[in-house]
Design a protein around this ligand. Structure first.
Ligand SMILES: C[S@@+](CC[C@H](N)C(=O)[O-])C[C@H]1O[C@@H](n2cnc3c(N)ncnc32)[C@H](O)[C@@H]1O
Length: 258
């Protein structure tokens, strides 16, 4: 990614209108698929920065110790060929859940329960996690992981099914936090549903928005990456949201609903 320096600069802010909406060249700071760039070797200073980033990411992941229940859930995910949130992203989820004093959290993409355990740790002791996944066997592993982590069974509500079928059945303004880690192609739709589900002051969080560097890569990208760029642009431009992109895990895009 550092071999594509032309796209690394942030979008130019206009003093009157805020971030510019360019129609040619990099769009809102993201590469235009038609743009031509010449990769080059990083300068010495860039090598240092890259090294520092890797060290910082490793330190961030090691900073919060994970227990046996989390290790068990990660092992199940690995066996099933699933990604789980990184330890650093998990710690950020705990923090965010605690920061909004979350009593009701909705999660899209239960997986084997790694993110769910982190969220439950950050939530109020009487808080309930509503978690949605298309795969009941993933949820079965998550159920076991939550139990191993010491959470009572009434702390989690497992709903099997596709997120876009399930979310419309959840209550308007009934949630303090919505965490999205399902199908990247559906992220823009999850945003619309999340804004309906959240109370004012609630948080929406999307995992994986860096797409392992592809979001900032000027080469041809799959639709999934195009959707992620659409999501980043929409959220950054929304007057309804206070947004921040946290560089933990594979990129955690967070926003408070005003
Ligand atoms: C990356 S994994 C989630 C990992 C989990 N959040 C964790 O950190 O442990 C993505 C999960 O989303 C589920 N999924 C994929 N598409 C979905 C959809 N349309 N609706 C609900 N769940 C979906 C998959 O079955 C998978 O378990």
């Amino acid at each position: 990614m550092l071999g594509v320096p032309v796209h690394l600069s942030p979008p130019v802010a206009s003093p009157v209108t805020g971030p510019s909406l360019q129609t040619s060249g990099p769009i809102c700071g993201f590469p235009n698929p038609a743009a031509t760039v010449t990769p080059r070797q990083p300068w010495g200073q860039e090598r240092v920065i890259t090294g520092n980033r890797q060290t910082s990411a490793a330190f961030t992941d090691a900073f919060v110790a994970e227990d046996d229940a989390l290790r068990w859930a990660r092992d199940r995910a690995r066996e099933a060929g699933l990604r789980s949130v990184s330890p650093g992203a998990g710690a950020a989820l705990r923090l965010l859940a605690a920061a909004v004093d979350a009593k009701a959290v909705a999660e899209i993409g239960t997986g084997t329960g790694v993110s769910g355990i982190h969220l439950l740790h950050g939530m109020r002791p009487d808080g309930v996690l509503t978690t949605v996944d298309t795969e009941p066997e993933h949820q079965q592993s998550a159920r076991q992981a939550f139990r191993a982590a010491g959470f009572a069974s009434n702390r989690a509500r497992f709903i099997p099914g596709p997120a876009l079928d399930v979310l419309p059945r959840l209550a308007d303004a009934g949630y303090d936090l919505v965490f999205c880690d399902g199908d990247r192609l559906e992220y823009p739709d999850y945003l619309a549903e999340s804004l309906r589900l959240l109370r004012p002051g609630g948080l929406v969080v999307f995992e994986g928005v860096f797409a392992h560097g592809r979001t900032l890569d000027s080469g041809p990208q799959p639709t999934e990456v195009v959707r992620l760029r659409e999501l980043l642009r929409t959220m950054r431009e929304s007057p309804e949201l206070v947004v921040s992109l946290l560089p933990v895990g594979d990129g955690l895009l967070c926003a408070v609903k005003r």
